[in-house]
Design a protein around this ligand. Sequence first.
Ligand code: SF4
Length: 489
Amino acid sequence: MVKVYCVGHDYTYELMELLKLFFPAEELQYINEGQALLEGSYIMTRVNIASGILRTEVEISIDGQKGKGDEECNIANESSLVIRKKSKQLLKRVLLKLLMNVNGIALPWGILTGIRPTKIVHELLENGYDDHDILQILQNEYLIAFDKANLLLTVARTEHTFVYPINESLISLYISIPFCPTRCVYCSFPSNPMKQWGHLMADYVDALCRELSMTAEYVKQQNKTIETIYIGGGTPTTLTLEGFTRIFDVLESAYDLRQLKELTVEAGRPDTIDLDKLMLLKSRGVTRLSINPQTMNDCTLVEIGRSHTVEDLKRAFYLAREAGFDNINMDLIVGLPGEDEAMVVNTMEELKKLQPENLTVHTLAIKRASQLKEKSHAYVLKEEETIVKMLEITQTYAKEMGLKPYYMYRQKHMLGHMENIGYCRAGYEGIYNIQIMEEKQTILAFGAGAVSKMVYPRENRLERVPNVKNLEHYLQRVEEMVERKRAYF
Ligand code: SF4
């Protein structure tokens, strides 16, 4: 066991996030009070502020390896908020430098443990920093590796033009269709297998349409118009033609769509797509489709619980082209059980032939609510080094396919502590994806398990307003979901 002493600060959570990357299997005991007993294995962290100087110190003794470090900076005339931010940053930096020395492990993302690393760059851009200064800050103050710093800058520069200047009259809508043909082993989304829950689909569409139309009244009162709509899930294409028609009817009649720039439908599973459905989507104004193979290897599709083949997927893709879709995203997951580098190459070769306009590469994350977590002993997962190589393969192919990174985020519990990257051909950026990541626009979310984000940019504040996850509870309590949102308008 390693004792972690926190003296003069309460940044236990921040330290925990960083330390678990170095000591995933070690028991860490955090001690905020009392006398520090510097014996056995310990990490001593101290923050001290005196005469306008902030000083942080760290001392480590783990398995006979020892080290000490400190840094200080001037904080005279800074607000308490800035001082707190700087103290955390300084403490994490001193700690990380020591840990890297002691363990010989480098973290490509440095002291950043949050899921939206681009936010820092947006702040710097808004404060007038140029590219050179931003790269310096990312590397020196956040200890981010050069290639990751470059990635952050490239992504943030692209995103910036979509997010800034902030237009408070625009909002986006997210509509959740939490039904899927079967449940994938890595899934932690609201998803109900059709076989078991499909009988509730018609009632669900009823409830969803009520939630949409009742909420529209408040949206109108606030004079908000819609910039993007994202129909996700689950697998929205489990909806029937009638189901889709009813949802589009409500959207068109109840909301101001004159400024709508993007309407995405996730057609995640090819076994739910046919030409009639695709033609309907196209005729009702859907601009962007997401067909998600996750892998182009049949044996992995079986392993992860998908009930379709690679051929089904290609067929769905060409049907979408036939229906007129010229903006198709494809999602991939790197690090799926049983996959090696050659299999990732195969997936990328297949995708290269299809030439989608968008490609989103996720790194497998072992989520708590997934079967993968429950039965983790049954799956052989890859080491960090292999994950890094696999991601490099996807990067190289994306470049060859003429795709550039335009949005990114990180997740907890990701293999290799890497990142998810959205690539696209210039001009095909998924605006909803950017807005949801950067959290500068209100996103109203509808349906079971959907979470609205109410954004107050002038106060730099965000409130999350969740809907209930359970399908049956949602059907019974849809008025309450409207009321929850209304309270935040
Ligand atoms: S298709 Fe997506 S939402 Fe449905 S079970 Fe698989 S991962 Fe979950």
